[in-house]
Design a protein around this ligand. Structure first.
Ligand code: GLY
Length: 362
């Protein structure tokens, strides 16, 4: 897409004399042309993936009370990180194939364009808060594995066993069902099974199949400053050390304070290979509406997935889902999934609610 052409088309279609006008949202440098005119309602607005209704409510209240947007989104997702009922994030998240919970998280602060992230972090409740410490207290962007765990301890985050009893049981069920040729006996293979075990599945774990649940949260304040974060326990039963898209700046999360923020949930490998969040922000910059930008990027992901046969059904559709979320600097937001039925959470002057995501396929 020709960005300059689209930008001119965007400004023309908005019917706004944007250049140099009061109400310009983009902060252009000396002699440059501002990229955006204010068309949306403005902030504060907070959005998140569908599992974040309490997160957007908390973050919105914080922003209304004057908190920085980065502090607000990290605090908001902290509710879900601490909730054992969500088996895709934080405590109670499904573990890797060894039964160890490894967390990925990232945060980006629009006004300074600083980012922080952690990958494969163990034994720590609030991965997004550790990512924020990376952003605030180091000259680095990403710290992973044992280094991330030690970094968290250095900052006073207490050690915590992140495997809930329910997540352990779901993992064990997966392990027992893995193969009829190993030494782990599932319920149907046992010679004696007096307990008749029934494992209750939690949110983010509809079956013992692989799952990719995550929370993304983005916020814009009344002055148009934007921040976002993404936090997850990642792909269930992953190979130990696997890092998904969530901690990768530009993949699972990205902010450009002159444009807005974007994030992703779903199959991280596909999002990484398409620089998903970065692509959504650039698509918004070129003039696409937030939901249109999400659809545009998802279409690209679906197209590329056809190059890997095992990822695509006979109908040419991906066998996996990805959901992209976008929040523009002027408060306009959108989201899209590969398939219908997904919702995302919003908090703004109208209250908090869930909104249907657009979809690429019917
Ligand atoms: N999107 C989360 C993950 O793939 O880990």
């Amino acid at each position: 897409m020709n960005t300059e052409h689209s930008r001119r088309a965007f400004l023309a279609s908005g019917g706004v004399a944007a250049i140099g006008a009061a109400g310009l949202v983009g902060s252009a440098g000396a002699g440059e042309v501002g990229a955006f005119s204010r068309r949306g309602p403005g902030g504060p607005v907070v959005i998140s993936s569908g599992n974040g209704i309490r997160a957007v409510e908390r973050a919105y209240q914080m922003v209304i009370n004057g908190a920085d947007t980065a502090l607000a989104v990290v605090s908001g997702v902290g509710i879900v990180e601490a909730d054992p009922g969500d088996m895709s994030v934080g405590y109670g998240g499904l573990p890797n194939e060894d039964g160890v919970v490894q967390l990925d998280a990232s945060v980006m602060h629009g006004p300074t364009h600083k980012a922080g992230s952690v990958g494969a972090l163990e034994d720590t409740l609030h991965a997004a808060q550790v990512a924020l410490k990376v952003l605030q207290t180091t000259d680095h962007v990403m710290i992973v594995g044992d280094g991330a765990r030690r970094f968290a301890r250095a900052h006073g985050f207490p050690a915590k066993d992140m495997l809930s009893d329910q997540a352990r049981k779901v993992w064990l069920k997966w392990k027992m069902n893995n193969s009829s040729r190993d030494d782990w006996l599932d319920e149907s293979e046992r010679d004696w099974n007096p307990e008749g075990t029934q494992v209750a599945m939690g949110k983010g774990s509809e079956s013992a199949a692989f799952t990719y649940g995550t929370i993304h949260c983005g916020a814009v304040d009344g002055g148009g400053d934007v921040s976002a974060c993404t936090t997850t326990s990642g792909l269930s039963y992953k190979i130990p050390g696997r890092v998904g898209d969530s901690p990768i700046i530009g993949a699972g999360m990205y902010v450009d304070n002159e444009v807005g923020s974007a994030g992703a949930t779903g199959r991280g490998e596909s999002v990484i290979q398409s620089c998903g969040a970065f692509a959504v922000v650039r698509a918004m910059e070129s003039g696409m509406e937030p939901s249109e930008a999400c659809v545009h990027v998802l279409r690209g992901i679906a197209k590329k997935s056809r190059l890997q046969k095992r990822l695509t059904g006979n109908d040419g559709r991906p066998k996996f889902n990805v959901i992209m979320y976008a929040l523009r600097k002027d408060g306009v937001h959108g989201s899209a999934a590969m398939f219908p039925g997904a919702k995302y959470a919003v908090a703004d002057g109208q209250g908090s609610r869930k909104v249907a995501c657009a979809s690429v396929f019917e």
